[in-house]
Write a protein that binds this ligand. Structure first.
Ligand code: C2E
Ligand code: CA
Ligand code: CA
Length: 410
């Protein structure tokens, strides 16, 4: 396994014996580019430098100064894009909770191992991942540059997919969320998690959003003309809301395409809403709302100050993050968060969308609890616009075949 030596691994644990033990296990597995740190601050310094930034971190949860969870928060701030394995002496429940937290922060986790560490378990976790990561030609490993993305925008290689949002009560198709993909001429379909942050960091997000928004609104206009009056949601980041031009662009596009503004939904991720200067975004959002555009608070439950955002911004819709929806029927903690988000949104008069509805059990929970809308792979994966009519027929058939049979919340 010579090429495993190319993978940079950082081990963070306050216990120096553990550092030695884990290093030895990794070396045996063929990983030799190992750095060890016994505190979070030193580890962050490594992460801040491109040449020492690891591909994988083995992270201890319990550390005296900066604990593992706090460390993860700093990883998020740094937009760390490597992988993570949690290592801890805590019980299964605690590790699962930590895993969910990491997941909610969208940091890719390979898994967790209990202390004392079983070398077999560690090998099992690392091997599957390494097989892919080892191949330098593998498109899933390639990191794109700002120029790559600039060129993708210029050549219109960004393609909108649309994921349906349906009424939980009667199965009606209410709208679609626009999700961008990059149809790369060599590497195939590239998912947004691999290029949105690069666009954001390199001043390209306005151009990207303009392209996505234009395509989405033109498509919405076509649907409306054909009698399909779908609401079309578009993801917008904080950076887009830094300039007052944004609202002129949206308003012009909607006018040119003869669309009622209430059919366009702007989805804002909550952790992005409150920047250092929230006045301009606040002004833009308030003015869009006055013009009857719909505003949606995305990924609810995962950000920092969600409650103050609910106070400050007149949202019409609240999207409960998929991390609190899928399997909430079988997990008390998820269920409590799901219920609280639903109740709060309802009390504030918002439409509630549950994301990440992956199976029938998830769907039945939404029916039982009176959630307004559902989105997720159980209903449909994101689709190309041309595939929507065929999906709608299939969906009608599924609804007729009994998706609404169990009684909804009274
Ligand atoms: P998001 O807005 O939270 O979008 C939902 C993500 O969940 C999508 O991933 C979607 O494909 C995925 N998803 C849908 N149903 C299910 C399900 O049942 N199970 C699971 N596990 N996942 C499901 P996608 O398309 O990869 O997008 C990832 C993120 O990229 C989005 O998260 C959004 O934050 C961002 N994004 C996508 N398009 C754009 C865009 O045009 N502009 C901006 N600024 N961000 C975008
Ligand atoms: Ca979204
Ligand atoms: Ca979301």
């Amino acid at each position: 396994m010579d090429s495993a030596s190319h993978i940079k691994i950082l081990i963070l644990d306050d216990d120096t014996f553990m550092l030695k033990l884990l290093s030895r296990m990794l070396v045996k597995l063929g990983y030799t580019a190992i750095t060890t740190c016994d505190n979070g601050s030193d580890a962050l310094k490594k992460i801040d430098h491109a040449d020492t930034c690891p591909d994988l971190i083995l992270l201890d949860l319990n550390m005296p100064d900066m604990d593992g969870i706090e460390f993860v928060r700093y990883l998020v701030d740094r937009q760390y894009h490597g992988k993570l394995v949690l290592v801890s002496g805590e019980d299964e429940r605690m590790l699962k909770t930590a895993e969910r937290l990491v997941h909610a922060h969208k940091i890719p986790m390979l898994g967790y191992v209990h202390k004392p560490v079983d070398p077999g378990k560690l090998a099992e976790i690392l091997l599957g991942w390494t097989a892919n990561a080892l191949n330098p030609l593998s498109p899933s490993r390639k990191i794109y540059s700002a120029d790559d993305i600039k060129s993708a925008i210029a050549h219109q290689e960004l393609v909108n997919y649309y994921q349906p949002k349906v009424s939980v009560e009667n199965g009606d198709v209410i709208g679609v969320e626009t999700l961008v993909r990059w149809h790369h001429p060599q590497d195939g379909v590239i998912m947004p998690d691999r290029f949105i942050h690069i666009a954001e960091d390199n001043n390209l997000i306005d151009d990207l959003t303009r392209l996505v928004l234009t395509q989405a609104i033109v498509q919405a206009g076509k649907w409306h003309q054909s009698g399909l009056t779908l609401r079309v949601s578009i993801n917008v980041t904080m950076d887009n809301l830094a300039s007052l031009n944004f609202q002129d662009m949206v308003v012009n596009l909607v006018n040119e395409n003869n669309l009622p503004p209430q059919k366009i939904v702007i989805e804002i991720t909550e952790s992005q809403v409150m920047g250092p200067d929230a006045r301009i975004p606040l002004e833009i959002l308030t003015r869009l709302r006055l013009k009857r555009f719909h505003l949606s608070i995305d990924d609810f439950g995962t950000g920092h100050s969600s409650l103050s955002q609910l106070r400050d911004i007149p949202f019409n819709e609240l999207k409960i993050d998929q991390g609190f929806v899928h399997r909430a029927w079988s997990d008390d903690t998820l269920r409590a968060i799901y219920d609280a988000s639903l109740a709060m949104g309802k009390q504030l008069g918002m439409d509630i969308v549950a994301e990440g509805v992956e199976d029938r059990n998830d769907w039945e929970l939404l029916r039982e609890t009176g959630c307004d809308m559902a989105q997720g792979n159980f209903i449909s994966e994101p689709l190309l616009a041309d595939d929507l009519p065929r999906w709608m027929e299939e969906w009608q058939n599924r609804v007729r075949a009994g998706l609404l049979d169990n009684p909804p919340a009274s």
